[in-house]
Design a protein around this ligand. Structure first.
Ligand code: ADP
Length: 688
C-alpha cells in the first residue's frame, strides 16, 4: 500500500528529529561525561598534590612515611567531605599501603588495571568488580628519592549516576522540544504543503477527467501559485487542443463516412457495371436495331442478332472480318462515305449516315440509318458502335408522302385557279340574271301573275346569295393573288364600326338579339380602307349573330391597345402577346394599335377547331346541319368569311385572333374575336 506524502514527510521529520536529538544527546552526554570525569580527575589530583606537599614536608623534617599517621585522618576527612571520592591512600615506594581511608581499597593482586589514561591515572577494577578511576602522585624525599605515592580514587558509578540524572532532565526537555517542533512541522506540512498539493491534485484530476474549465484557486505559496498557473494554462491549452481534436474528429468522422459512402458507391457501381455488362449483352441481342461494333483495325468485333437478319449474314461468318471487305461484299453504294465516318467516329465524334445495299437474302434494296458513336472496350481501346435502323419502309412511306404532297399542292393550285376562273366567269352572267330579275320585278310587276312574281322573288334571293358567294370567292382569289387594292386613308374608326354594326340591325331584331357598342372616345385615327374594315366588321358581327341563339347578346368594343408587336406592312395573324418572335417580330417598345373586339354568348368554338377557323372553306361541325340563310342560327356559309377577314386585316398590317372555351350549344360559352390595326404613328407611348 502506498503511503501518503504527508505520512512520509511526518515520518521523515520524526526520524530526522529523533536522530538529531539522539545524536546530539549522545554527543553532549559523552562530552559531559568526559568533562565531568576530567574534572573529577583534576580534583583528585589537586587533593593528592596538597596531600603530597604535606607528606613531603614531613619527610623533609626527617620523619618516616609510616610516622605520618596524622595524615590518615586527613585522608578519611577528604573521603568523608567529598562524597564523590571513594578512597584516599598512601603507599610506600614498593607499593605497600602506609594508610588508607578504607582498607577495602588496598592494592593487591585482585586489583586489575582496565586502562591507563596517562602515567598517573588509570581505570582499575577491584575484587568486588567495581571500577574506579585512580589518580596517583609520587612522593619524593629531600634527596629526590621516590619514597611513596598518594592515590585518590573515585568510582566509575559516580559518572554514571551523574549522567543518568542529566540524561533524565535533558530527555524531558528534548521530548518537549520534539513535540513542539514535530507539531509545528505537522502544521506546516498540513497547511502549506499537503493542502495546496491536495487542491492542485483535485484540479489535475478534474482536468484529467476532461473538465478543462475548472477554476484553479489562488495559492499563497509562490511555487504552488506557479504550479496553479501552469495547471490553468495547461487546462486552457488542453481545452483548445480538445476543441481542435473534436473538430478534427468530426472532420475525420465525416471523411470516414464519405469514404464509406464512396466505397459503398464503388461497390454498387461495380455491381451495376457487372449487371450492365450482362444487360448490354442481352440488350444487344434483344435489340430490334442492328448493332455492329468495329475496332481501330477496322475489324468487326461484335454483331447482334438483328444485324445478322439485317445484313443477311451469319455472326460466325462476319466476326473478325474486315469492315470494308464486308461492305464491299454487300455492294454498299456509299462505302467511301462510311469509311470516312468510321475514321471520324474513332476520333471521338458521333455521326449519322445512310447505308444502302441489295439484301443478299431477299434480293431487294435495303436502306439503313446508321448512328455511329465511339465506345471504349474493356481493354481501354476505342471502338465504333454502329446502330443501324432499318428505314427501308420509312423511306418508302416518306417518298409516297412526298409524292402525295406534291399531288395535293397541284390539286390546291388547280382549286385556286378554278376559284379565280369560276368567280370571274360567274360574275357577268349573275349580274345579267340579277339585273333582269330586278327589271321584271319592278317594270313588269302589273303584267305578271302573282305565282310568276313569287318565282321571280325566289330567283332574286338565290341570285343574291350566289352573288355574295361569288363576291367572297373573288375576294379570296384577289387576296391569294395579292391583287386586292386598299384605298387607305386616315379614318376615325368609331363611326365606321357603328355604321357597319347598325347595318345589321334588321337581323338583330329578327333574332331578338341585343347589340351593345362600347367605343372608346378620342381614339387616334387608323390608316385603313374603311369599306374593307366595314366588311371585316360585317363578317365578324354576322358570324356572331349566326352562332348565337335567339335573344343572345353581342358586344362590339374599340380600345387603344399597346403591345410589342412590330409594326410592319407585311402582316401575320395571331395573338400578339402570345405569338413567338420568329412568327411575329417583337418591337423594343410597346406600339399603339386599335383593338376591335366582338364578343358573343353563342355556341363557341372547340379548342381543336380554333387554329383552323381562318382556313379556306373551313366550317366547324357537320355541314349538313347548317341552315341556309344569311343570319339564321348556325346558318350554312361558304367557309370563306373568316379567310377574307384575316386576309384584309393582314393587308392592313394588323392581326386577328379568337378565344373560346369550347363549343357547347347548351352552355353557350361564346367567342371573342379580336382585331388589332395600327393607328397613325404620332401617339405617345404608354407610361410603364
Ligand atoms: P361561314 O361563312 O361559313 O360562316 P366563316 O369563315 O365565317 O364561314 O366561319 C368559319 C367557321 O367558324 C364557321 O362555320 C363557324 O363554325 C365558325 N365560327 C365563326 N364565327 C363564329 C362564332 N362567332 N361563333 C361560333 N362559331 C363561329
Amino acid at each position: 500500500m502506498k503511503s501518503t506524502l504527508e505520512k512520509r514527510i511526518l515520518l521523515f521529520a520524526f526520524l530526522v528529529l529523533t536522530l538529531t536529538i539522539a545524536a546530539n544527546t549522545i554527543l553532549t552526554i559523552d562530552g559531559f561525561r568526559r568533562d565531568y570525569r576530567d574534572g573529577l580527575i583534576l580534583r583528585s589530583r589537586s587533593i593528592a598534590e596538597s596531600l603530597k606537599i604535606s607528606i613531603e614536608n614531613l619527610l623533609e623534617q626527617g620523619a618516616q612515611l609510616s610516622a605520618a599517621r596524622s595524615l590518615a585522618d586527613r585522608c578519611s576527612s577528604i573521603v568523608n567531605t567529598d562524597p564523590e571520592i571513594a578512597y584516599c591512600l598512601v603507599e610506600d615506594a614498593v607499593g605497600k599501603p602506609v594508610f588508607a581511608s578504607d582498607p577495602a581499597f588496598v592494592f593487591g593482586p585482585k586489583v586489575k588495571m582496565i586502562s591507563a589514561m596517562d602515567k598517573s591515572t588509570a581505570l582499575l577494577q577491584f575484587g568486588n568488580r567495581q571500577r574506579y578511576y585512580d589518580v596517583s602522585v609520587n612522593l619524593f624525599s629531600d634527596r629526590d628519592i621516590l619514597s611513596g605515592r598518594v592515590r585518590i580514587g573515585f568510582p566509575e558509578t559516580v559518572l554514571k549516576e551523574r549522567i543518568k540524572s542529566i540524561l533524565q532532565r535533558s530527555l524531558i526537555v528534548l521530548a518537549g522540544a520534539f513535540t513542539v517542533v514535530f507539531t509545528l512541522v505537522f502544521l506546516f506540512v498540513r497547511r502549506d504543503l499537503i493542502g495546496p498539493i491536495t487542491t492542485l491534485s483535485t484540479v489535475a484530476k478534474e482536468i484529467a477527467g476532461g473538465r478543462f474549465d475548472v477554476a484553479v484557486p489562488e495559492l499563497t505559496t509562490r511555487d504552488f501559485s506557479e504550479l496553479g498557473d501552469a495547471l490553468r494554462h495547461m487546462a486552457q491549452s488542453l481545452k483548445e487542443r480538445d476543441a481542435k481534436i473534436q473538430q478534427s474528429y468530426g472532420d475525420l468522422k465525416q471523411t470516414n463516412q464519405q469514404l464509406q459512402d464512396s466505397y459503398e458507391n464503388l461497390e454498387r457501381v461495380g455491381a451495376e457495371l457487372g449487371r450492365s455488362r450482362e444487360m448490354y449483352r442481352s440488350l444487344l441481342d434483344d435489340a430490334s436495331d442492328a448493332i455492329l461494333v468495329s475496332d481501330e483495325q477496322d475489324r468487326i468485333v461484335l454483331i447482334n442478332k438483328a444485324a445478322e437478319r439485317f445484313f443477311g449474314n451469319r455472326r460466325q461468318e462476319v466476326g473478325g472480318t474486315n469492315l470494308y471487305s464486308f461492305l464491299e461484299q454487300l455492294q454498299v453504294s456509299n462505302i467511301d462515305e462510311l469509311y470516312r465516318l468510321h475514321g471520324e467516329v474513332l476520333d471521338g465524334n458521333t455521326l449519322e449516315a445512310e447505308i444502302r445495299f441489295m439484301s443478299p437474302v431477299e434480293n431487294r434494296p435495303v436502306v439503313g440509318w446508321v448512328k455511329a458513336s465511339p465506345v471504349v472496350g474493356r481493354d481501354g481501346r476505342r471502338r465504333v458502335q454502329s446502330i443501324i435502323r432499318d428505314v427501308t419502309r420509312e423511306r418508302e412511306i416518306k417518298e409516297n408522302l412526298q409524292r402525295s404532297t406534291a399531288e395535293l399542292k397541284r390539286l390546291n393550285q388547280m382549286k385556286d385557279s378554278f376559284l379565280g376562273v369560276a368567280s370571274h366567269e360567274l360574275k357577268t352572267p349573275l349580274t345579267v340574271i340579277i339585273g333582269y330579275t330586278e327589271l321584271l320585278m319592278n317594270e313588269w310587276q302589273d303584267r305578271l301573275e302573282p305565282p310568276v312574281m313569287g318565282m321571280l322573288e325566289h330567283i332574286a334571293n338565290a341570285a343574291d346569295r350566289l352573288s355574295n358567294i361569288v363576291r367572297d370567292m373573288v375576294d379570296v382569289s384577289m387576296l391569294e393573288d395579292r391583287r386586292m387594292k386598299l384605298r387607305m386613308r386616315e379614318v376615325d374608326i368609331n363611326p365606321v364600326v357603328e355604321q357597319a354594326a347598325r347595318e345589321l340591325e334588321f337581323f338583330f331584331d329578327r333574332r331578338g338579339q341585343h347589340l351593345s357598342l362600347d367605343l372608346q372616345q378620342e381614339l387616334p385615327p387608323v390608316l385603313c380602307d374603311p369599306d374593307r374594315i366595314a366588311q371585316v366588321i360585317g363578317n365578324l358581327v354576322g358570324n356572331a349573330i349566326k352562332f348565337t341563339p335567339d335573344g343572345g347578346r353581342i358586344e362590339v368594343a374599340t380600345r387603344l391597345y399597346y403591345c410589342r408587336r412590330q409594326r410592319s406592312d407585311v402582316s401575320t395573324s395571331g395573338n400578339p402577346e402570345v405569338t413567338d418572335g420568329s412568327f411575329c417580330p417583337l418591337a423594343e417598345e410597346k406600339q399603339p394599335y386599335l383593338l376591335l373586339s366582338i364578343r358573343d354568348n353563342g355556341i363557341g368554338i372547340d379548342s381543336a377547331d380554333l387554329p383552323h377557323v381562318f382556313d379556306k372553306f373551313y366550317e366547324v361541325g357537320n355541314i349538313e346541319e347548317h341552315f341556309t340563310g344569311k343570319v339564321a342560327f348556325k346558318g350554312k356559309g361558304t367557309g370563306l368569311g373568316l379567310t377574307i377577314v384575316k386576309g384584309i386585316v393582314d393587308l392592313h398590317g394588323g392581326a386577328i385572333w379568337v378565344e373560346s372555351s369550347g363549343n357547347d350549344p347548351e352552355r353557350c360559352p361564346g367567342c371573342l374575336f379580336q382585331v388589332i390595326l395600327p393607328v397613325v404613328e404620332d401617339v405617345p407611348s404608354p407610361q410603364g
